[in-house]
Design a protein around this ligand. Structure first.
Ligand code: 4AZ
Length: 860
């Protein structure tokens, strides 16, 4: 756009094009030169010795040296000029956004509209004053190119501006320093200024990136909205909801409220391009300038309606910015805002024996720039503890151990980030909780309760962790760390069923040599190490290190070929992935991981599966209610007159995978009759089946696995064909089927979901539930459930108990989140000994063992 540098080809032209008229002289010049050179050369007769000794040699050298020196000087000069004009003088564009306060000015409504004469008049004066300030500073003034006043807000009057500078490269550091320290002029200087009636203070300028600057400069998509007293105002992206937002858009919504008010903004619908797939995003600023220092949030992707997207300003303005690129057009957003009185107090004195308190506007996002202090006092003879039930204080780029921006502080210790339920206790009857939020980036905050407790018995009938947390006495010395820091596993006498780790902990004997460091100091795995230079297979066998990743199954269980860094075509084995061209690769789980591993790319074909289209809030760590759209392949199978009976997984528009035992004949009811069943896709709440996001289908056919054994539950799998295809939506998506070679390693966290009973012999859940459980190694699975486990089964659970699938979850998915955030159907809920009992994990049908049957039967 701007012509700061000469186009390089202009220079080239000078080099390659001789000056006009020089052509004819070229030859004669050369001749003249030759003559000139020969001038000092005298060819003498050989007998004239005197003349031979004539000192004409040195003279020639002087001449040559002079010529050389001159050409050296000339090239130095040329070099200097090139450097000076091309590099030293090369300029870079520097863009700034900022704001300043006008002292003693009265705000009039017309200032909110940039096309009014009042706006133009004040903007002219402010701009002039700003340029005067720039000109006063020799490190700024001469580089200024353009400034524009973009908005005013109330209080008294705040002006928002952008400025454009062109700074020589070698001056950039000095310039940036000067801009960072820019200040409003002293009062005395104002009278000498161009607009003495304009007095400004609190002048700030922030470097801006060109893309955001484009949004400020192009006002084809700018909106100014003022909150109305007691009324909710809404606005949407252009075209919402009937057409997608425009591509390459730079839209700004300047939201204002009356002085001494703040703004509450809520996105009621939000659906822009997924963050990982494109560059579209929305940013909200606690200012009318799009400056990073006042950014509250950056949003992309889509959020389900239950996600709380409420933001509160610190002053009476907010700016919403939408930036989109050329592709990936989505519906956009609908937002609402209203004004509220400022200075709502936060913190305070809390008394009594228990109570709750939260960050301001919880579960909405807390405002920027606030400090709250809660002084909590329980009766004198008691102590007090705080339990944080929800805790979300995440700042982009700030690790949870540094807490330099937003934090909670108790007893001089700072807490931030995303945390599970935790407890902080005091050894007195008082405690002080402080909360601080800085000027940028906000989060949901916390929800906490304070509780008084008896200092001599803080956990009646239970074990007290040093953190103050109470755990069941049976959890003491059971091999699992239940207290933060593992206090419940210290100073234990190990039973005969346990081993003693070197660090003193007791662990179940069957964890010895299972390839997992259960002790924490690896002492349970030491006596079973292979000799040096050997590799230990998953089945315990030792093989030579050199045999690892050599394309042969030396372990016998494929574990030596399962996790090789490079993708090598190897002879096909059980554990290798077979490409469509029948060549096999040794990479573990290469399907749909976003990388081409097969030479024919077939590992990345057929990958329209296993993707969540909503942003996952799941930040819910303690709670187990699923979010809307979090498990879009989850299906609820209803039987006429009985309601929900089993779960299932959607694998294509027409096919479901479920458990074969759901169709057992019981009480003379022939459950394998397709007419009995109805499948609900996109369902979240069993009481809300008429929701427009739900698609209901009758069943055309039920196909049980031909090897299903009704007695052992071996091959507990069945396919259901829907009467007509479903259409995929955000709430309805298919899950990926794992390849026959797909491995779900021991210890891997996997999710089980369903509307099953929430406790053994309990009743089913109304809203879809989720639980994170872990893959348990097959030999331990055999030990825990002797004579029950076949290779088509896998144990998945938490051996301490408490988390499990239960009655009514049968047939539902066991979802494994793999690389690229792709979800695979690892298992089908099959059976178990009760629910959530200690050492009794759930048993799941291992889907990779029946993938071929599923694909052959359904064509998926
Ligand atoms: C059932 O009856 C059932 N604890 C499913 C899973 C489990 C137990 C029972 C696993 O559907």
């Amino acid at each position: 756009m701007k012509d700061y540098n000469k186009p390089p080809n202009e220079k080239k032209m000078n080099i390659y094009n001789p000056p006009p008229g020089s052509k004819g002289l070229k030859y004669s010049n050369k001749t003249e030169d030759m003559n000139g050179l020969e001038e000092g050369v005298v060819f003498l007769p050989t007998n004239n010795t005197k003349d031979v000794e004539k000192p004409c040699g040195p003279k020639r050298w002087v001449f040559v040296v002079a010529i050389l020196s001159i050409s050296l000087l000339l090239s130095l000069l040329v070099g200097f000029l090139v450097w000076h004009f091309k590099y030293r003088n090369a300029s870079v564009q520097k863009l700034y956004n900022g704001h300043l306060r006008l002292v003693g000015q009265k705000f009039v409504d017309a200032y909110e509209n940039s096309s009014t004469p009042e706006f133009a008049a004040l903007a002219r004066k402010v701009k002039g004053t700003l340029i005067d300030i720039y000109n006063k500073n020799q490190d700024i003034g001469s580089f200024h190119k353009e400034t524009e006043i973009v908005a005013f807000s109330e209080g008294s009057v705040i002006a928002y501006y952008w400025s454009d500078f062109s700074v020589p490269k070698y001056k950039v550091n000095v310039f940036e320093k000067a801009m960072a320290n820019i200040e409003a002029p002293h009062y005395m200087e104002i009278h000498k200024a161009r607009n003495p009636e304009i007095r400004i203070e609190s002048l700030v300028a922030f470097p801006s990136d060109p893309d955001i600057m484009k949004a400020s400069r192009d006002n084809s998509c700018h909106y100014a909205l003022h909150a109305q007293e007691g009324v909710v105002t809404s606005f949407t992206t252009p075209g919402f909801p009937n057409s997608p937002y425009p591509s390459n858009a730079r839209c700004l919504w300047a939201l204002r409220a009356d002085a001494d008010s703040v703004i509450s903004l809520t996105f009621t619908t939000f659906d822009v391009e997924q963050c990982t797939l494109g560059n579209d995003f929305v940013k909200v600023y606690d200012s009318l300038s799009p400056v990073e220092a006042h950014a509250l949030v950056k949003l992309c992707g889509s959020f389900n309606p239950s996600y709380n997207l409420t933001f509160v300003s610190s002053q009476n303005v907010l700016l919403v910015m939408l930036i989109t690129d050329a592709k990936g057009r989505h519906p956009g957003f609908k937002a609402e805002f209203f004004q509220m009185p400022k200075n709502r107090p936060c913190g305070g004195v809390l008394t009594g024996t228990s109570g709750n308190f939260t960050t301001p506007y919880y579960p909405g996002h807390y405002p920027p720039g606030i400090d709250c202090v809660w002084n909590i006092k329980v009766p004198k003879d008691k102590n007090v503890k705080i339990r944080f039930k929800e805790f979300f204080i995440v700042e982009p780029g700030i690790p949870s151990d540094s807490c330099t921006k937003d934090y909670v502080e108790i007893n001089k210790e700072k807490y931030c980030g995303l945390r599970n339920t935790f407890v902080v206790s005091s050894k007195t009857n008082e405690i002080t909780v402080r909360f601080h939020s800085d000027l940028s980036f906000v989060d949901t905050g916390f929800w906490a309760e304070f509780l008084s407790y008896d200092s001599s018995d803080p956990c009646p009938g239970r074990f007290t962790c040093s953190s103050g947390r109470c755990i069941d006495k049976s959890r003491r010395c059971d091999g699992w760390l239940d207290c933060p820091g593992g206090g419940d596993e210290k100073d234990c006498n190990c039973t005969e069923k346990q081993i003693r780790c070197n660090n003193g902990w007791c662990k179940p004997k069957y964890w010895l040599c299972d390839g997992v460091d259960d002790c924490g100091d690896n002492s349970d795995e030491l006596q079973c190490q292979c000799p040096a230079g050997n590799f230990k297979c998953n089945n315990g066998k030792c093989i030579l290190e050199a045999q690892k990743c050599n394309g042969r199954d030396d372990c016998g269980d494929g574990s030596d070929e399962g996790s090789c860094d490079s993708v090598v075509t190897v002879p096909c084995q059980e554990y290798t992935y077979k490409c469509r061209n029948n060549l096999c690769v040794n990479k573990r789980n290469p399907e749909c991981d976003g990388k081409k591993d097969c030479s024919d790319n077939s590992d990345e074909d057929n990958c329209n599966c296993g993707q969540r289209l909503y942003n996952k809030k799941s930040r819910i760590v303690g709670g187990q209610t699923a979010e809307v759209g979090e498990w879009p392949w989850q299906v609820s199978l209803h039987v006429k007159g009985e309601g929900h009976v089993c779960g299932a997984s959607l694998i294509s528009e027409k096919w479901l995978v479920t458990a074969a035992h759901c169709f057992r004949e019981e009480n003379y009811v022939r459950y394998f009759d397709p007419k009995l069943w109805t499948a609900y896709m996109g369902l979240h709440d069993q009481t809300d089946r008429t929701n427009s996001n739900v698609q209901m289908r009758s069943i055309k056919s039920i196909i049980r696995h031909p090897f299903y054994n009704d007695y052992t539950y071996d091959y507990d799998a069945a396919l259901m064909e829907l009467s007509s295809p479903v259409s995929y939506t955000k709430d309805i998506q298919p899950i990926c089927l794992p390849d026959v070679s797909h491995e779900f390693p021991t210890g891997k966290a996997i999710w089980v979901t369903g509307w099953g009973a929430t406790q053994e012999d309990g009743i089913g859940a109304t809203v879809l539930q989720k639980a994170e459980i872990r893959v348990i190694n097959q030999s331990m699975c055999n030990t825990l459930l002797p004579n029950q486990i076949t290779p088509r089964m896998m144990c998945v659970g938490i051996l301490t108990g408490g988390i499990d699938a239960c009655q009514g979850d049968s047939g539902g998915p066991l979802t494994s989140i793999e690389s690229n955030d792709r979800m695979f159907l690892a298992g089908i809920v099959s059976f178990g000994t009760g629910c959530a009992r200690r050492n009794k994990p759930g048993i799941y049908t291992r889907v990779s063992k029946i993938t071929n049957w599923i694909r052959e039967t359904t064509g998926v």
